[in-house]
Design a protein around this ligand. Structure first.
Ligand SMILES: *[C@@H]1O[C@H](CO)[C@@H](O)[C@H](O)[C@H]1NC(C)=O
Ligand SMILES: *[C@@H]1O[C@H](CO)[C@@H](O)[C@H](O)[C@H]1NC(C)=O
Ligand SMILES: *[C@@H]1O[C@H](CO)[C@@H](O)[C@H](O)[C@H]1NC(C)=O
Length: 938
C-alpha cells in the first residue's frame, strides 16, 4: 500500500461524524426521505468497501501508538545542541559530596588570557600557566581565582594544598577500547567488535562494556578522566560508541556499577558512531564471494548503507508530514522504523557524531565524497596518518567544520597504511589550520600515558598550547562537550588533575584526580619529585633537523655541558659550556682543547656550536624485529616465523629500511634481534648484533656479533605449539643432554649453540612475562648449574612484566631482565600482575628490580618504541625516587643490555651529541657516531 492510493479514499470513511442535536421539530416525509437516503448511502458504502477498501474492515491502528509515533517524529527532527555548562546549578552526575578547595595550584585553564584574538591564540599568544585556587562544588568548577578566601566557603569544604603543583582539566582520550576489550585479554571478555557483518551500525559498544575492566582505573591513574569507547575497526560501519568518565561504582562516587552510571553526559545529548575504511574491513570481510574485497567495494558498502538510511529518513519524513496534515489518528500505518537502520539514519540526521578510522589518501578522499553525497559531518578521522599530506581533502568535508585528526605521536611502522606517517604530522596539520588530537587506541597504546603522546607531539614540533589542547579542549570540542569538558573554568565539570610535574614532561604522574568534584584516589602513592615550574615552551622545536650528513673530517663541538661516555665522570660546567674535539669518530679531547681547536680550524674541521650540549652513549635496540621486518603487519616485509626451526637471525638480516634509518636518527646505533617464534614479541633462535646504519650485510661494519645469544619464548605463544610444562621439559632435556654428552654437532645447529651456552657462557635469553614461568626458568637454571659444567647458565629474561614478584630470586641467581616494555600494562594473562605505578602502586617493576639488585635493561616490545628509547630511560629515572641517576638511565638502554648479552661494549665508537638532555622532552639530536663514522644533523 502506498500514500497515493490512500489519498483517493472517501473522506467520509475515515472521519467519524459528530453527534448533532436537532434544532427544529422534524417533518415525517423528511424523515422518510432521510432514512431512505441513509439506507442507500449505507448500501453504496458497503459496496465501496468491498470493492476498494477491504482493509477498512481490519482492526483500527492503536491511537496511543500513533501518538507515540508522532512524538518520535519530533525527536527525529530535533538537532542536538552541545550541552550547556555555564548556568547549571549542579552537574547531573553530582553525588552529594563535599566541596573541595584546591589551593595554590599552577593552573592551565585551557584558554588564553581574555581579549586574545583567535588568530593570536592559534599563533601561541596569551597562553600561560597561572597561579591560583580552584573551587569544586556540586560537581562543578565554581571558582578559579588568584586567591579564594576560606571565609567565603561552606564549613565542610575539604582543602587540598597543591603547593604550587600543576593543575589541568582531566585528560580526554577520544579513542579507547577500555571496557570492551578488557585487560588482561581473555576470550571471554573480548566484546569490542561485532565483526559478524561488514555493516553493523546497530551494534552498541555500551552493550559489551565491562565496568570492572581494571584498565579503566589504571587509565585514570594517568590523569585520563573521560574516554570515547569505540567499537573496533573490522567493519566499515562498526556501531555506536559511548562516552564515559573513569569513575566506577560507589567507591568512585557512582550510584552503581554500570555503564549507565559512567556516561559522561547522563542526558545523552550526542550519540557517537565508529566507521572504518581501508585494510581492516577488506581483509576481514573480503573474498571472491563477499564484499568488500577492495577499497572500491568498501566505498559501495558505505554508499549503499547510507542510501538505505536516507530512504528510511524519506519515508519517515513523509509519514510525519502527512500525520501533521491529516491528523495522526487518521494514519493507517505506523511510523516506519527499524532497529537495523535507526542509528545510521540518526547519523544522517545529524544527531550522531561520526568518527571514522581512515589512514590513507584514497580512504580519506572517498569518505569525504560520501559526506558530500549524503550530507553528514565527520567529527574526526582516526588513525589519520596520511591527513597531514592532504589538508585540502579534509577541508572539503561536508558541513563546513573541518574534521580533526586523531593520531599517535610516533607509532607508525605497524601496517602499510601507517608506514608513511610522520612524527611532524601534528605540527603540519596545525600549520594548515587543522586540529590534531592524540589518542591511545587502548590497548594498542596504554591509555594511562596518552598525555605522553601529546608531550611527544610537542617534542616533534607541535606548539606547546596546541599539544595541551590536543588531549583536552580539542577532543572536548569534537565530542560536542566543549562547554563541559576540557577547561578549568567556572561552569565546567569538576574533572581536575594535580600533577607531580609538567604534564608534557617525561614521567609526569598525577598526584590526585577529581571527577565531578569527587577525589578518586584514597591513599595515592606519590613520587618524590621536586616541585618545579612548568616548562618554557621552545619554539625552536618546530624546526626539524632532518638533513643528515656523514662528516669525514674532524669535528669540534663548543657549548657542551655534560659528557657521559666512556668511563669518564659526568662533567658539568657553567652556562657557556666547554669544548669537545672528535677525530675519526673518537673523542680526542674534552674541556681544555685550545690546541685541538687550532688544529681543527687549520685543518678545515667542522665546528658545531651547541646550546646545552650533551655527549652521551648511543642506544641499543634490543629484542624487537629490527633488521628482520620493515612493516610489522605486512608479512612479505618480514623474515617469517620459526615455530618448527631454530634459526640464526644473521641469516635473515634486511638492512637500510625506514625503521632502521629512524632508529639511527634517534641515536640507536646498534640493535640485537632474534628470529620470531610464532609472532611479534616472541623469539626462537640466535640473535644477531648489527649496526643500524649499515647498508647490507657485506658492509664490513654491519655485524658486530654473529650469534649474540640463544633465545626461546615461554609466554602464551608456547601454548599454540605445546604446553608450558612440555616446552620447559624439552629445554631442560636438551640442555642436560648437551651438558653431559660429547657428540659431533653441526656448527650452527641448535645443539651447537646450546653447547656454547653450557660450555662457553653464551647467554640464554628467554622471553617470559609471567612470574610463574620465570620461576620455572630459574629452577631449570638450578638443575643445569648443578651439573657443574664450568659456567653457571647465563640466563636473561626478556619481557619480564611480572619479574618484580621474583626480584629477590632473580638477584640471587644473578639473572638479568630486559624489560620489554619498561612498564607492561598487563595486557596478557601472563602479565596481569604488572605494576601500573603511582598513584596506584608504590613504583613499578623496574623500581623493585633495581632495589633488589637485578641488572635491568629496556628492550623493544614493538619496533616503534625504538625512536623513544631515551624517553623510556628518562621515565625510569624521573620516577625512580632517586634510585636511577642519569648515567644509570643511559645504561638501561645500552651498557646493561650489552653486559647481559655478553657483548664487548665498544662504547667509544658509539655516542650521540644532543642539545638538552635526551632523557627529557625538548632535546634535539645533533650528531650520531657509530663505528668510527659521525653523522651530523642540521
Ligand atoms: C604556593 O606554592 C609555592 C610553590 O611551591 C610556594 O612557594 C608558596 O609558598 C605557596 N604559597 C602558599 C600561600 O602556600
Ligand atoms: C671553546 O672553544 C672556543 C673557541 O670556539 C673558545 O673561545 C673557548 O674558550 C673554549 N672553551 C673552553 C672551556 O675551552
Ligand atoms: C614504597 O616502597 C619503598 C621501598 O621501595 C618503601 O621504602 C616505602 O615505604 C613505600 N612507600 C609506601 C607509602 O608504602
Amino acid at each position: 500500500m502506498d500514500y497515493e492510493k490512500r489519498g483517493l479514499l472517501p473522506e467520509v470513511a475515515t472521519i467519524p461524524s459528530r453527534p448533532q442535536r436537532p434544532r427544529h421539530p422534524i417533518r415525517r416525509s423528511r424523515v422518510i426521505r432521510v432514512v431512505a437516503l441513509g439506507l442507500l448511502s449505507f448500501i453504496l458504502l458497503a459496496q465501496w468497501q468491498q470493492l476498494w477498501h477491504t482493509e477498512r474492515t481490519a482492526p483500527r491502528l492503536s491511537v496511543s501508538k500513533l501518538e507515540a509515533d508522532l512524538a518520535t517524529c519530533k525527536k527525529l527532527h530535533t538537532k542536538p545542541k552541545d550541552p550547556a555548562g555555564h548556568g547549571r546549578e549542579t552537574n547531573a552526575r553530582y553525588g552529594d559530596w563535599k566541596p573541595t578547595l584546591i589551593r595554590n595550584a599552577t593552573i592551565w585553564t585551557g584558554e588564553p588570557v581574555e581579549g586574545t584574538s583567535e588568530a593570536d591564540a592559534r599563533a601561541g599568544k596569551g597562553w600561560a600557566w597561572r597561579q591560583g585556587d580552584v573551587l569544586l562544588e556540586r560537581g562543578l568548577i565554581t571558582k578559579v581565582e588568584a586567591k579564594i578566601s576560606s571565609d567565603s566557603l561552606p564549613k565542610d569544604t575539604i582543602v587540598y594544598e597543591a603547593a604550587g603543583r600543576q593543575l589541568t582539566t582531566g585528560i580526554i582520550d577520544m579513542h579507547s577500547h577500555a571496557g570492551v576489550d578488557p585487560l588482561p585479554q581473555l576470550d571471554g571478555y573480548a566484546d569490542f567488535n561485532e565483526a559478524s557483518d561488514n555493516l553493523t551500525p546497530w551494534a552498541r559498544a555500551m552493550d559489551g562494556f565491562f565496568p570492572l575492566d581494571p584498565q579503566i582505573e589504571v587509565i585514570k591513574s594517568g590523569g585520563v578522566t573521560t574516554s570515547l569507547v569505540l567499537p573496533g575497526s573490522a567493519n566499515n560501519i562498526g556501531g555506536e560508541a559511548l562516552l564515559i568518565k573513569h569513575a566506577v561504582g560507589p567507591k568512585d562516587g557512582r550510584p552503581e556499577i554500570s555503564a549507565e552510571a559512567m556516561l559522561a553526559d547522563p542526558e545523552r545529548t550526542w550519540r557517537y558512531m565508529k566507521m572504518a575504511c581501508g585494510e581492516n574491513p577488506k581483509f576481514l570481510h573480503g573474498s571472491l564471494t563477499s564484499r568488500p574485497l577492495t577499497r572500491q567495494g568498501e566505498s559501495y558498502e558505505f554508499r549503499r548503507a547510507f542510501e538505505e538510511a536516507r530512504a528510511m529518513i524519506q519515508r519517515q519524513d513523509d509519514w510525519c508530514a502527512k500525520a501533521d496534515s491529516v491528523g495522526v489518528e487518521n494514519m493507517d500505518e505506523y511510523l516506519p522504523q527499524t532497529i537495523a537502520l535507526e542509528s545510521l539514519s540518526a547519523a544522517l540526521r545529524g544527531q550522531v557524531h561520526v568518527n571514522v578510522h581512515c589512514y590513507t589518501i584514497p580512504d580519506l578522499e572517498a569518505m569525504v565524497d560520501h559526506t558530500n553525497e549524503f550530507a553528514f559531518q565527520v567529527r574526526a578521522f582516526h588513525h589519520a596518518h596520511q591527513t597531514y599530506l592532504v589538508p585540502d581533502i579534509l577541508k572539503r568535508t561536508w558541513g563546513g567544520r573541518f574534521p580533526s585528526s586523531a593520531l599517535f605521536a610516533d607509532n607508525m611502522y605497524y601496517k602499510t597504511e601507517s608506514y608513511i606517517g610522520s612524527k611532524q604530522a601534528g605540527k603540519t596539520l596545525y600549520d594548515a589550520g587543522l586540529t590534531p588530537v592524540y589518542v591511545s587506541d587502548n590497548p594498542v597504546l596504554n591509555a594511562q600515558h596518552v598525555v605522553f603522546e601529546a608531550a611527544k607531539a610537542y617534542h616533534y614540533g607541535l606548539p606547546y598550547h596546541a599539544a595541551m589542547a590536543s588531549v583536552t579542549t580539542a577532543p572536548a570540542d569534537d565530542l560536542g562537550m566543549g562547554h563541559r569538558l576540557g577547561k578549568v573554568k567556572p561552569g565546567y565539570d569538576a574533572d581536575v588533575v594535580v600533577w607531580d610535574s609538567d604534564p608534557l614532561s617525561v614521567g609526569a604522574t598525577p598526584v590526585q584526580v577529581w571527577i565531578d568534584g569527587k577525589e578518586q584516589f584514597e591513599n595515592p602513592f606519590e613520587l618524590d619529585k621536586p616541585i618545579k615550574e612548568p616548562m618554557v615552551p621552545d619554539a625552536a622545536l618546530a624546526m626539524s633537523l632532518d638533513e643528515a650528513v656523514e662528516v669525514e673530517s674532524d669535528i669540534f663541538f663548543t657549548g657542551v655541558k655534560k659528557v657521559l661516555v666512556g668511563d669518564k665522570d659526568v662533567e658539568d660546567s657553567g652556562d657557556a659550556g666547554f669544548n669537545v674535539s672528535i677525530s675519526k669518530g673518537q673523542v680526542t679531547c674534552v674541556r681544555d682543547c685550545a690546541a685541538e681547536y687550532e688544529a681543527a680550524v687549520s685543518s678545515g674541521a667542522k665546528v658545531i656550536d651547541l646550546t646545552n650540549g650533551y655527549l652521551h652513549p648511543a642506544y641499543v635496540g634490543f629484542g624487537g624485529t629490527l633488521g628482520l621486518n620493515e612493516i610489522d603487519a605486512e608479512t612479505t616485509t618480514d623474515n617469517g616465523l620459526n615455530p618448527l626451526h631454530f634459526s640464526r637471525a644473521i641469516d635473515g638480516l634486511m638492512l637500510d629500511g625506514k625503521k632502521l634509518q629512524d632508529a639511527f636518527k634517534a641515536g640507536v646505533t646498534r640493535a640485537i634481534s632474534a628470529p620470531l617464534f610464532t609472532g611479534r614479541q616472541t623469539h626462537h633462535g640466535t640473535s644477531v648484533g648489527f649496526s643500524t646504519n649499515a647498508k647490507n650485510i657485506l658492509d664490513p661494519d654491519a655485524v658486530f656479533a654473529e650469534d649474540v645469544g640463544v633465545h626461546y619464548t615461554f609466554n602464551e605463544a608456547v601454548r599454540g605449539q605445546d604446553s608450558y610444562s612440555a616446552a620447559f621439559g624439552k629445554l631442560r632435556d636438551v640442555l642436560m643432554a648437551t651438558g653431559g654428552i660429547e657428540k659431533d654437532l653441526l656448527p650452527y645447529g641448535e645443539e651447537a649453540f646450546l653447547k656454547r651456552v653450557i660450555e662457553l657462557g653464551m647467554p640464554l635469553a628467554l622471553t617470559i612475562d609471567s612470574a610463574d614461568q620465570i620461576a620455572t626458568a630459574l629452577r631449570v637454571k638450578g638443575d643445569i648449574d648443578a651439573l657443574n659444567t664450568g659456567w653457571p647458565l647465563r640466563l636473561v629474561i626478556v619481557g619480564g612484566a611480572e619479574a618484580h614478584l621474583v626480584a629477590d630470586e632473580l638477584a640471587a641467581h644473578d639473572v638479568g631482565v630486559i624489560l620489554s616494555p619498561l612498564q607492561s600494562y598487563g595486557d596478557t594473562w601472563g602479565a596481569r600482575r604488572a605494576l601500573s605505578g603511582a598513584p596506584l602502586t608504590n613504583g613499578t617493576n623496574i623500581d623493585r628490580l633495581v632495589e633488589a639488585g637485578v641488572t635491568v635493561g629496556i628492550g623493544l616490545r614493538e619496533d616503534m618504541e625504538v625512536v623513544s628509547l631515551a624517553f623510556a630511560a628518562g621515565t625510569a629515572m624521573r620516577n625512580s625516587n632517586g634510585r636511577i641517576d642519569e648515567r644509570a638511565a643511559f645504561d638501561l638502554v645500552g651498557r646493561n643490555i650489552l653486559a647481559m648479552m655478553n657483548v664487548d661494549k665498544q662504547d667509544g665508537d658509539h655516542w650521540v651529541v644532543s642539545e638538552d638532555s635526551p632523557l627529557e622532552i625538548g632535546s634535539r639530536t645533533r650528531a650520531v657516531a657509530s663505528g668510527g663514522k659521525v653523522t651530523v644533523f642540521a
